[in-house]
Design a protein around this ligand. Structure first.
Ligand SMILES: *[C@@H]1O[C@H](CO)[C@@H](O)[C@H](O)[C@H]1NC(C)=O
Ligand SMILES: *[C@@H]1O[C@H](CO)[C@@H](O)[C@H](O)[C@H]1NC(C)=O
Ligand SMILES: *[C@@H]1O[C@H](CO)[C@@H](O)[C@H](O)[C@H]1NC(C)=O
Ligand SMILES: *[C@@H]1O[C@H](CO)[C@@H](O)[C@H](O)[C@H]1NC(C)=O
Ligand SMILES: *[C@@H]1O[C@H](CO)[C@@H](O)[C@H](O)[C@H]1NC(C)=O
Length: 411
């Protein structure tokens, strides 16, 4: 469990090891781009319940490939999209790992993932394997693009990069909150501790992101949204339990010399950048609280100055934020705007357009070559939320950088 809690942004109390339980719905080919839709193993939720799971060995395209997009949403047993006001998708993160081939059988049978697994993170620098994923969003998943333009892609399955005796695999770290019947839907989606039926010794045994005892001042966020806990329900509310899954679509190309590889970085607005004398330490907190004392109409702003060891050309940028977001902007060291990501809020009832919920974040596709980040450049990330009390707020900026451009664009 220690390894897992280091890798994930929180410790997950139930580990599901999967193999051959997922299935592919269809496989098509549009030009050179292949596409497949998969459904993850299901997990059970009931009114007010939180499900925080690690699903190992999910289906993923085989071979040496370049991934062009990865989109996911929550569906019920009949494959119907589940609206956010029934079950809120707090986050799904797709995480890569290498598995020792001689251990595979043992891991599958024993569900023991303490040995034989090495997690391999993205190019971002948050300390302690924090935020290791390559794709991952939350309630805004249905309205946020992950497409990478040609000829760019993120390369996986390159045999020369996989250690001998290991196999590349993927897992989902998922957290969903079933808010049917919840006393406060909004508070529940923000993992407000006082709205959850926490065990008596909760604050005595729970440790925070820095592995310190959780402060009694901790009012809400990831550490209160533990697997199987329950949000307080309205008196007399009853509803059926149900089985949900993540349905995800991946588009990819077979890797060849025409593909240009992208690096993927997650920048975190809570990164408390410091140095220990020889190295830069990215002390990311993953979440933050927006205090009660508001300042009228002006949004709450959180800022981090984040040095990039290696730069590149910005090919795509977007953000992962929560409901209440105003916008998120990434600036270069000279103050130029590299990318702004703005929210889309739902106005209706149907899945993907739920009234009052954040249902999408915009992204940036600068003309390749036009936005360059220099090696060593210090970027500034600014995330803005409405100035109201909020727990578990997140501000991640996702950037895909090309370290070289295809010849045709170099003129
Ligand atoms: C894989 O696991 C086996 C069994 O524990 C071990 O003997 C072997 O050294 C491991 N292989 C690698 C490459 O670490
Ligand atoms: C896997 O992780 C272990 C322990 O963290 C480490 O000793 C080993 O060198 C790693 N193996 C590979 C192939 O990266
Ligand atoms: C939790 O810790 C406090 C202070 O150390 C102690 O007074 C209390 O009895 C503990 N509660 C439980 C349930 O362990
Ligand atoms: C600073 O951190 C780096 C990376 O964790 C480590 O290798 C190095 O020894 C540390 N230096 C000092 C002076 O603590
Ligand atoms: C982001 O929000 C702030 C505060 O409302 C606003 O001043 C700014 O123009 C917004 N930026 C963009 C690019 O929309």
């Amino acid at each position: 469990m220690r390894i897992i809690s280091k890798v994930m942004i929180l410790s997950l109390s139930i580990i599901v090891v999967l193999s051959g339980t997922t299935y592919s719905i269809f496989l098509e080919s549009e030009n050179h781009i292949k596409s497949a839709t998969f459904v993850s193993k299901s997990f059970e939720v009931g009114p007010g319940k939180i499900a925080s799971k690690a699903l190992y060995d999910i289906e993923f395209p085989k071979g040496h490939i370049g991934v062009k997009s990865f989109d996911a949403e929550l569906v019920d047993e009949d494959g119907k999209s589940v609206p956010l006001y029934e079950t809120y998708l707090h986050h799904w993160f797709a995480i890569k790992y290498n598995e020792n081939i001689t251990m595979s059988r043992y891991i599958e049978q024993s569900h023991d993932i303490s040995k034989g697994i090495n997690y391999t993170r993205n190019d971002g620098a948050c300390r302690g394997f924090l935020l290791p994923h390559y794709w991952g969003l939350g309630g805004e998943s249905r309205g946020t693009s992950s497409n990478l333009p040609d000829p760019f892609a993120v390369e996986f399955g390159n045999p020369t990069n996989i250690p001998h005796g290991f196999k590349e695999k993927w897992l989902f770290d998922i957290m969903v909150i079933d808010t049917r019947g919840a006393y406060s839907r909004k508070g529940c989606t923000e993992c407000r501790c006082d709205l959850l039926n926490l065990p008596k010794d909760f604050y005595n045994v729970t440790r925070d992101i820095n592995d310190q005892p959780l402060s009694l001042n901790y009012k809400g966020g990831l550490f209160c949204c533990k697997d199987n806990l329950q949000c307080k329900l309205r008196k007399g509310f009853h509803g059926p339990t149900r089985k949900l899954s993540l349905r995800y679509k991946i588009r990819w190309v077979d890797w060849d010399e025409h593909q240009v590889p992208l690096k993927f970085y997650i920048l975190d607005t809570t990164d408390r950048v410091r140095t220990n004398g020889s190295s830069t330490i990215h002390d990311c907190q993953a979440e933050y609280t927006i205090p009660r004392i508001g300042h009228g109409d002006s949004p709450h702003v959180k800022k981090a100055n984040i040095p990039m060891k290696k730069g590149g050309y910005l090919i795509y940028g977007t953000s992962h934020m929560h409901t209440g977001v105003v916008n998120a902007t990434l600036y270069g060291q000279d103050g130029r705007v590299l990318c702004t990501s703005t929210p889309k809020y739902g106005t209706g009832k149907e899945a993907g357009n739920e009234r009052g919920y954040l249902v999408g974040m915009s992204g940036c596709y600068p003309k390749p070559g036009s936005v360059e980040i220099k090696d060593g450049e210090i970027l500034t990330l600014e995330t803005r939320y409405q100035n109201k009390f909020r727990t578990g707020a997140m501000g991640f900026f996702y950037i895909h950088l090309a370290e070289q451009l295809p010849n045709i664009l170099k003129i």
